[in-house]
Design a binder for this molecule. Structure first.
Ligand code: SF4
Length: 239
């Protein structure tokens, strides 16, 4: 390794130390094995030390970058792009799979019946919707609420990953199978087996739980999601 490179690494470490950050994002130490571009890794490292106002600005800039997106076929039948909503400085970020009918009309995530259930969960945790951040893997409604397809997920997922990198919450809660499998890059994961345990997403603890739409159909499983939420609260010292 050249002395310039060693110097670069030293200055990054000194920067982290000066910011009071005592651990390094996985993306920095995985540089050789990661397929992600070096430019993106530098961006993640820079995102790790942002103030809430800077996070707000970067989220707004990312929204501008998305624009009137037609990068995938979900653009053809959507009404509004559902970017994400909440506190840029949130300690908890919820990530679902995609907008439904009501979300598509309003341009806001989780505002239909499933959204009301999610709101009740958040309030039961002692928070409000404005205290957390909520987004989806794809930002446009799949027709007839079908699952997003692989090519749509592959095209759109970079946006929510960028949002997570900017917000850098203390915990990410994935809602349902698609968000879990996408963020952990593992199509074999099953929500019933995976829920209730913490996983690692680029240095951020990730707790999978059921999608609220599933809980509307299977109310007997609501206690399991509450148990998962309590683990999240314990993890970040809320109880
Ligand atoms: S789902 Fe994502 S990639 Fe596809 S059109 Fe909407 S914003 Fe663009």
């Amino acid at each position: 390794m050249s002395s310039d490179r060693v110097g670069d690494i030293r200055s990054v470490l000194e920067f982290y130390e000066a910011m009071g950050i005592d651990r390094i994002p996985v993306t920095l130490v995985e540089a050789k094995s990661s397929a992600r571009a070096p430019q993106r890794q530098r961006q993640d490292a820079a995102d790790a030390a942002l103030t809430t106002d800077e996070k707000r600005e970067r989220l707004a800039a990312l929204r501008e970058e998305i624009g009137d997106c037609a990068r995938c076929k979900l653009s053809e039948r959507r009404t509004k792009i559902v970017y994400g909503d909440g506190d840029p400085g949130a300690r908890i970020m919820f990530i679902g799979e995609g907008p439904g009918k009501e979300e598509d009309l309003q341009g806001l995530p989780f505002v239909g019946d499933a959204g009301m259930l999610l709101t009740r969960l958040i309030e039961k945790m002692g928070l409000g919707r404005s205290d957390v951040y909520i987004a989806n893997i794809v930002k446009c409604r799949p027709p007839l609420n079908r699952d997003p397809e692989d090519d749509e997920i592959a095209t759109c997922r970079g946006f929510v990953e960028r949002q997570a990198s900017i917000i850098r919450p203390e915990v990410i809660v994935t809602l349902g199978r698609i968000a879990l499998q996408t963020l952990l890059d593992n199509p074999k994961l099953r929500i019933t087996a995976a829920r209730g345990k913490f996983y690692d997403y680029k240095g951020i603890p990730l707790m999978p739980t059921f999608h609220p739409a599933y809980l509307l159909r299977n109310p007997g499983d609501k206690w399991k999601t509450w148990a998962d939420a309590q683990k999240v609260m314990e993890r970040i010292g809320m109880k």
